[in-house]
Design a protein around this ligand. Structure first.
Ligand code: CA
Length: 226
């Protein structure tokens, strides 16, 4: 899951960036509307957190441009105070939701989760695959009812694989969702995380390597070894 934060207030931008990265999201931060638009023209995101009052190009112009491109990436707009025109404008220009500043980070999380769920096309927050239960709301994966200990990156990787169950996900795609521009990552790190997931999941979810391409998570209904 990769998120773009567009915010010109350094303290708020930094707080949001750190907060999201602590949860294992790949996060990029742009400080003005023009730069955001440039990044959005080539990088795919799962969510854009967009301030309205920005240098060079305001948030309304950015979201209008984005929708004009046919880009349906969910946009959460940050509106100043309780300005009713900002809220109405945000939705009119194509944002999916808004949050008035100042906001509580717990409410911010709830809004982000709801929008990210929409991206994945998952109706419910919980996916059950055989003995494995993946609960996005509680941010926990359970195997036969027992919660697995999954550090953030492993959790996010499992989320990507489950979101694409029985479909091949390329290494590039995984890297782009797992690591932002600042992160040290890459193919070796992904292999490491895959190895850890395989050990923890056992035969509940088979994660198969597709040579030269990527990985596929497959539902296993037999007792075969992965
Ligand atoms: Ca601002």
């Amino acid at each position: 899951m990769r998120i773009l934060v567009v915010e010109d207030e350094p303290d708020l931008g930094d707080a949001v960036l750190r907060h999201l990265r602590r949860q294992g999201y790949a996060v990029d931060w742009q400080r003005d509307g023009q730069s955001a638009q440039e990044v959005l023209s080539y990088q795919q995101y799962d969510l854009v957190v967009l301030d309205i009052g920005l240098p060079r190009k305001d948030g309304f112009a950015v979201v209008r441009w984005l929708r004009g491109q046919g880009n349906r990436t969910p946009v959460l707009m940050l509106t100043a105070r309780s300005n009713i025109e900002d809220r109405v404008g945000a939705l009119d220009f194509g944002a999916d939701d808004y949050l008035s500043k100042p906001f509580d980070l717990r409410e911010f999380d709830a809004r982000c989760r709801a929008l990210l769920r929409r991206t994945q096309g998952v109706a419910s927050g919980t996916t059950v695959i055989g003995e494995l239960e993946f609960d996005r709301g509680a941010k926990v994966a359970k195997l036969r009812g027992v919660p697995l200990t999954l550090p953030n990156r492993e959790y996010r990787l499992l989320e990507i694989l489950i979101g694409n169950i029985d479909k091949v996900v390329s290494k590039d795609e995984i890297a782009s969702q797992l690591f932002d521009f600042d992160a040290e990552g890459g193919a070796n790190a992904i292999e490491l995380y895959i190895g850890r997931l395989r050990r923890k999941l056992g035969t509940a979810l088979r994660i198969r390597t597709v040579r030269g391409v990527g990985y596929i998570a497959e539902t296993t209904d037999s007792g075969d070894e992965a």
